[in-house]
Write a protein that binds this ligand. Structure first.
Ligand SMILES: Cc1cc2nc3c(=O)[nH]c(=O)nc-3n(C[C@H](O)[C@H](O)[C@H](O)COP(=O)(O)OP(=O)(O)OC[C@H]3O[C@@H](n4cnc5c(N)ncnc54)[C@H](O)[C@@H]3O)c2cc1C
Length: 479
């Protein structure tokens, strides 16, 4: 009798898994066709692609539990997916994995204005959480630029931030509880409608765990009353580092704007061509927003403008109306898309102490010359969360690799000055091997021991977060 070829064995295994998944999910919730699974072959880090074995789109926590139980029994890796906007390759499949997408799970389950919380299924998009409570003058604070598309699931997994997180904190500061399905199918509740819980802070461990510990299906989120008013001011400078010094002076003065955003000339130019936000033509631009009553706004803006004037700005423009404010923010929120129209780019994400901004901006500009690759900077300057966009040509052999080396050097620089490898985009595949630049091997060992507890077989979101060799070693020991 002929032995089956390796291809036949893989196909037979796939057919077996798909048949088991079909037995617990509706017909249209299991995608196995080679063409259709391509929709899940990458996230927003599009340089890396790999179609999964299959994709499933459950509609309830119970369906998620059924899928995970099967995959656990069959030793099939699972990659949780929200909207696939990760810039770190966090939702990138492996060829032997099942993508578990929560996009169909997008209901609002409860709104409780008295206790300022909303409970949602995690496939709901970030912006539509605010949309669900805005008629009662509430909003959900974390606001990634991708908020129209990205899901609460991914926000929790990446501990996402956004322009307004300087004042309100990132996802972890606005998350009260989750329903999570463990890899073996057990459903657990962590946290709830209260501020804190006794015992270890497991919610803190889950938030930012990048799909390594479980699949989060429901979330209880803090909602806030909308401020009485808010107003941005645009401040232009003819020097990047001077703009950076202005940011650290504002923070040093104890002023807490709701947002301080930074854009340099390449980003300003691209954004103007794309969105026509009316930005001045200068080397660096700060968008600083304050909020409160009219009087509070005036007082804060006066102090900010006084500090800015000490740094010889080329332009100071306060918004005079809701339309002007919207236009100012439209430019900033379009910046990534605008840069993407003119070039391939790699978007980095690292955090530094705000006081190091001028030095780090200078070093990035020097490194840009050394590597021969241009860089645009657009980032959340108030909390030191840098996003250098390295421009490269994906069709030019060797350019991507050069870009990756340059990116790694920038992230090492962030660590060197006392910052860290990520700000809000997570580690994913992008920075997994740089983790040893941030952590000693013993520290990483402790982090991996936490995963051992939640996912002893190392089936959840494989080959992410931890250095690849360490992940592989752990997985092979556990099987
Ligand atoms: C143009 C653009 C602008 C962006 N701006 C910002 C920004 O300002 N701030 C910011 O923080 N990020 C930003 N991002 C990055 C991205 O949008 C965030 O990381 C976002 O939180 C990802 O959400 P998602 O639903 O798309 O997750 P995915 O990309 O689908 O997944 C991200 C990670 O979450 C895990 N995951 C997904 N669902 C679950 C689940 N149910 N349970 C457990 N783990 C899960 C995945 O396995 C993966 O590791 C931007 C991206 C783009 C493309």
């Amino acid at each position: 009798m002929d032995m089956p070829s390796p291809d036949q064995t893989v196909l037979a295994k796939k057919a077996h898994i798909v048949a088991r998944l079909r037995a617990v999910l509706p017909l249209d919730a299991v995608i196995e066709d080679e063409i259709e699974t391509r929709a899940y072959e990458c996230d927003a880090l599009t340089a890396y692609r790999c179609p999964p074995l299959a994709a499933v789109l459950p509609s309830s926590t119970a369906e998620v539990a059924a899928v995970l139980k099967i995959c656990h029994e069959e030793n099939v890796p699972v990659v949780p997916r929200g909207a696939g906007t990760s810039l770190a390759g966090g939702a990138l499949p492996t060829a032997d994995s099942v993508i578990l997408g929560v996009a169909r799970m997008n209901d609002v389950l409860e709104t409780d204005y008295e206790n300022r919380l909303v409970r949602v299924q995690t496939g709901r998009t970030n912006l539509s959480v605010s949309g669900a409570v805005e008629e009662n003058d509430f909003f959900y604070a974390p606001d990634p630029s991708s908020q129209l598309a990205c899901a609460i699931a991914g926000n929790i997994a990446m501990n996402s931030g956004g322009a307004h997180c300087l004042k309100y904190g990132v996802t972890t500061n606005n998350l009260l509880g989750v329903t999570m399905v463990m890899m073996d199918g057990e459903i657990v509740e962590i946290g709830g409608g209260h501020l804190d819980a006794g015992g270890l802070d497991l919610l803190g461990v889950i938030c930012g765990s990048e799909g390594q510990l479980g699949v989060v299906t429901e979330a209880t989120l803090r909602i806030l009353r909308k401020p009485e008013g808010a107003r941005p001011v645009l401040i232009g400078f003819d020097d990047n580092q001077v703009a950076g010094t202005c940011v650290s002076d504002i923070i040093k003065a104890g002023i807490l704007p709701v947002a301080i955003e930074f854009m340099d000339r390449p980003c300003i130019r691209a954004t103007e061509a794309f969105a026509g936000a009316g930005y001045p033509d200068c080397e660096a631009l700060l968008i600083i927003e304050v909020e409160g009553s009219e009087q509070e706004i005036e007082v804060q803006l006066d102090r900010i403008v006084a500090i800015a004037r000490r740094h010889n700005p080329v332009e100071i423009r306060e918004s005079g109306s809701a339309e002007e404010s919207a236009k100012i923010w439209l430019g900033r929120k379009s910046a990534f898309g605008a840069m993407g129209q003119i070039n391939d780019y790699m978007c980095l994400d690292g955090t530094i102490p705000v006081s190091q901004l001028p030095y780090v901006l200078r070093r990035i500009s020097e490194m840009s010359k050394e590597y021969g690759l241009d860089v645009g900077n657009v980032f959340h300057a108030g909390d030191g969360n840098m996003h250098p966009l390295i421009l490269f040509d994906a069709n030019k052999p060797g350019d991507l690799e050069l870009c990756e080396d340059f990116g790694a050097d920038i992230l090492r620089l962030c660590v060197e000055v006392g910052g860290c490898l990520t700000g809000e985009h997570g580690v994913g595949i992008e920075k997994r091997d740089l983790m040893l630049d941030q952590y000693a091997p013993e520290d990483l060992e402790i982090q991996m021991a936490v995963k051992d507890v939640f996912d002893p077989k190392w089936l959840l979101n494989p080959a992410k977060v931890f250095p690849l060799a360490a992940s592989h070693a752990r997985r092979s020991v556990s099987h």
